[in-house]
Ligand binder design. Structure first.
Ligand code: G4P
Ligand code: NA
Ligand code: NA
Length: 194
């Protein structure tokens, strides 16, 4: 997605060979017109698939998930990383291990909002090691819902998550794929080579 790549070039900060900071438009401040375009792009790619719900994870998955849900005309759910006071045992839960942070967190989704027969599009901001996506897939399975595909705003192509999820036969659509962040430079993978 050209508009997204341009934004990354203009405002992304390469913190290391491994980490791209995009908190001016995705992870802290949010750029609504860009997120609207992101939602339109995901909706275009999945418009024939009969999606009934978007499933994402707080916090940075919410903006792209909501915009995609708006365009497709379906609700957007976000898995919670902490149990809320009003949530009880009526939950689907999964453990998500972060290699980056070296911690495991339980994520949860209320059984009220994910049902057998739902056709789910999973959306997240970054795909790195793929552990967050795996946790969401686990929850989709528990609900006996159908996973249609995964939409990612920025995939780090040099980390294993994308390959691992695609090797399960799952459709992954990433709007920008980082080939490398070496030498402080952002290199994108060409479209169609993922
Ligand atoms: P994984 O789910 O793909 O295995 O991701 P990992 O544990 O490696 O990442 C942990 C957190 O760091 C996630 O956010 C993920 O989106 C984010 N992250 C990973 N690599 C990058 C990167 O290069 N740049 C940025 N900006 N973020 C990255 P989170 O803790 O769930 O936070 P949030 O959703 O509240 O923002
Ligand atoms: Na995220
Ligand atoms: Na994040």
């Amino acid at each position: 997605m050209k508009q997204l790549q341009e934004k990354i070039m203009q405002e992304g900060k390469v913190l290391s060979d491994q980490v791209l900071k995009v908190d001016s438009f995705l992870n802290h401040q949010i750029d609504p017109p860009l997120m609207k375009a992101v939602g339109e792009e995901f909706a275009e790619r999945f418009k024939e698939d009969g999606i009934t719900k978007i499933l994402s994870i707080e916090s940075s998955g919410i903006a792209p998930a909501m915009m995609t849900g708006l365009v497709l005309g379906v609700p957007a759910i976000f898995a919670r990383k902490r149990k809320s006071l009003t949530m009880s045992d009526h939950l689907f839960t999964a453990d998500v291990h972060s290699f980056t942070k070296n911690e495991t967190n339980e994520i949860s989704v209320s059984k009220d909002f994910l049902k057998k027969g739902d056709k789910i599009l999973v959306i997240d901001d970054f795909l790195a090691n793929g552990q967050a996506v795996l946790g969401l897939l686990d929850i989709v399975e528990q609900a006996e819902a159908e996973l249609v595909g995964v939409g990612i705003v920025i995939e780090k192509g040099f980390q294993p998550g994308g390959t691992m999820i695609r090797e399960k036969g799952i459709r992954v659509e990433s709007l920008a794929i980082l080939e490398s962040l070496e030498d402080g430079k952002v290199e994108f993978r060409e479209e169609g080579t993922s």
